[in-house]
Design a protein around this ligand. Structure first.
Ligand SMILES: [Zn+2]
Length: 138
């Protein structure tokens, strides 16, 4: 889902900021856990990664979020000693974070199965019924 397209399609009553706070923030945390498992990641990288997915996250949202995730023990930051990026904070998944991520993957699969796959199948069968009706009418 692209945030930009989403925002333009949304009416005022379903304020995109509210959707961001209530729902997308959780998606972003899952992204962070997933990528921190693959390699050490840092703030600007996360901003760009999420931008590729169509999300725009400000540093004012991202850094407090990373801090909370670290306080929860899911990720751990270290300060890079590599000369060309000295002082950069890098985040890695902790053992607890890895446990949470495994749990979330099961939850996501379940959610995806119902919310996406099942719903898609339902929409298709509605289309098929519609086509059958049109054919029957001829
Ligand atoms: Zn991602």
């Amino acid at each position: 889902m692209k945030t930009a397209g989403y925002a333009t399609r949304t009416s005022r009553s379903s304020n995109p900021d509210r959707v961001t706070r209530e729902i997308l923030l959780s998606f972003w945390k899952v992204h962070i856990l997933h990528h921190a498992e693959e390699m050490p990641i840092y703030g600007q990288w996360i901003v760009e990664e999420l931008r590729h997915h169509g999300y725009r996250i400000s540093p004012g949202t991202l850094y407090p979020l990373l801090k909370r995730m670290e306080e929860n023990g899911w990720i751990k930051s270290t300060t890079s000693q590599k000369s060309f990026v000295r002082g950069r904070k890098e985040y890695r998944l902790t053992r607890e974070g890895s446990r949470i991520l495994s749990f979330l993957r099961v939850q996501l699969e379940e959610l995806y199965g119902e919310v996406v796959r099942e719903a898609r199948g339902r929409r298709r069968s509605v289309v098929r019924e519609g086509q059958a009706r049109n054919l029957g009418g001829r």
